[in-house]
Write a protein that binds this ligand. Structure first.
Ligand code: 1BN
Ligand code: ZN
Length: 335
C-alpha cells in the first residue's frame, strides 16, 4: 500500500537514509534479507500504512465517554476539541466550518471539521463521516457517529505520512442526524453539515476542485456487512468493491444493493462522484440502530480497520479514474 503514495520528506527522513537511498519515493519497498536495516525500516513503513484497529476502537471509546453528543450540546464541543487535536497531531491543516442549522427546534450551532492533506494536484477528494449523535436521551452512538469519525481519523493518520496524488480533505460532518425526525421540515431535518458544506463550496468556487467523495457511516458493527448503496456513483462503488476483494474482504462487501439517504446526497446533487459505505444491518432485525443498544460492546475496531483499509487501497484507482476522466497526464519531470 505504501508504494501507492509518495512518502513525505519528513516521513522519509524518519525511516532513515538507508531506506531513502534503497527505495525511491513512490516505489515498492522490497524486503531484502541480506540487509536487516532495509527490511526493518520497510516493515515499519508497511505497518504504518495500515489502519490500527486498536486506535480506531480507542477513538470511539473516548467519544462515547464524553457522553451523548447531539448537535448544539455541551458534550459535542468536547468531541470537537478531541477531533481537532487528533487531526492537528497528524500534521494536517485543520479548520472549523461553523454555521447555524435552521432546525424544527430553531437555530442550532453546528461545526464541520476539515483537515487538509496537500497532494500533488490541487483537486480534492473528500474522505468524510459524521460525528454528531442522534438527539435521544442516553444515546451514545458508538457505531452511528463514533465509527465514522474514527474511520476518518485513522484514514487521515495513515495517509498523512504520504503525499497523495490528489489533495485530500478529511471532513467530519456535524448535524447528520435529525433534530426531530428525518422527514420533518419537508425532508430537510437531516444532513445539515453536508448540505452546508456543499453549498458553501459551490458559492466560493471550491466545488469545481472537488472530484470525488467517500462517506463512512455505521461501519463499526462487529458483524460487518456492507451493501452497494444505490445512490452512489457506480464507478466509485466498483472501485471500492474491487479493492475489498483484493484485500480478501468479499464477505464484508456484499453484492446486493440498498438505497440510503445520507451525507453523500448534497455532493451527488452538486455533480460530485460519491460512495456511501454504510452497514445498514445493525443487530438482530437492525434492532441496534437509533436505539440505546448502539454501545461500545456492539462494535469492533477490526470492522473500522477493514473499511478504512479498503478505502486507502482504493484511492490510487480513484485517482487513476479521475485522471482518465479529465484526460490529464502526469507531467514529465525535468531532468
Ligand atoms: C444513517 C445513520 N442515517 C442516519 N443515521 C441515514 C438514514 C436515515 C438511513 C433514514 C435510513 C433512514
Ligand atoms: Zn443515525
Amino acid at each position: 500500500m505504501l508504494n501507492r503514495f509518495r512518502l513525505t520528506e519528513q516521513r522519509a527522513l524518519t525511516l532513515g537514509m538507508v531506506l531513502l537511498l534503497a527505495v525511491p519515493s513512490g516505489c515498492h519497498a522490497q524486503s531484502d534479507s541480506s540487509s536487516p536495516a532495509v527490511s526493518a525500516a520497510a516493515t515499519s513503513a508497511q505497518q504504518a500504512a495500515e489502519v490500527d484497529a486498536a486506535r480506531a476502537y480507542d477513538h470511539v471509546k473516548k467519544m462515547v465517554a464524553l457522553g451523548p453528543h447531539p448537535s448544539g450540546s455541551e458534550a459535542i464541543k468536547k468531541v470537537q476539541v478531541y477531533l481537532e487535536n487528533e487531526l492537528a497531531s497528524y500534521g494536517l491543516k485543520v479548520s472549523g466550518d461553523s454555521f447555524n442549522g435552521e432546525t424544527p427546534r430553531g437555530s442550532v450551532p453546528m461545526k464541520n471539521i476539515i483537515a487538509e492533506l496537500r497532494g500533488e494536484k490541487p483537486d480534492i477528494v473528500l474522505i468524510t463521516g459524521h460525528y454528531d449523535t442522534k438527539r435521544q436521551a442516553d444515546f451514545v452512538g458508538a457505531n452511528d457517529g463514533g465509527s465514522s469519525a474514527a474511520a476518518v481519523l485513522e484514514t487521515a493518520r495513515v495517509l498523512s505520512k504520504t503525499r497523495p496524488e490528489y489533495t485530500l480533505w478529511f471532513v467530519l460532518f456535524d448535524g447528520e442526524e435529525a433534530v426531530v425526525d428525518w422527514s420533518a421540515m419537508d425532508g430537510r431535518d437531516n444532513t445539515y453539515g453536508s448540505r452546508h458544506l456543499a453549498a458553501k463550496l459551490k458559492s466560493d468556487g471550491t466545488l469545481s476542485r472537488v472530484r470525488a467523495m467517500v462517506l463512512f457511516d455505521m461501519i463499526g458493527d462487529k458483524d460487518l456487512d456492507i451493501k452497494r448503496e444505490g445512490e452512489s456513483t457506480p464507478w466509485m462503488v466498483d472501485t471500492i468493491w474491487k479493492a475489498a476483494h483484493a484485500l480478501g474482504h468479499q464477505k464484508q462487501f456484499l453484492n446486493s444493493e440498498q438505497y440510503i439517504s445520507d451525507d453523500h446526497l448534497p455532493f451527488k446533487e452538486a455533480g460530485v462522484p460519491v460512495v456511501d459505505l454504510i452497514d445498514f444491518n445493525y443487530g438482530p432485525q437492525h434492532s441496534y440502530w437509533h436505539t440505546n443498544l448502539d454501545t461500545l460492546d456492539k462494535i469492533s475496531g477490526e470492522s473500522i480497520k477493514i473499511v478504512a483499509d479498503v478505502v486507502i487501497r482504493a484511492l490510487p484507482e480513484v485517482f487513476k479514474h479521475l485522471n482518465q476522466a479529465t484526460g490529464a497526464s502526469v507531467k514529465p519531470t525535468s531532468q
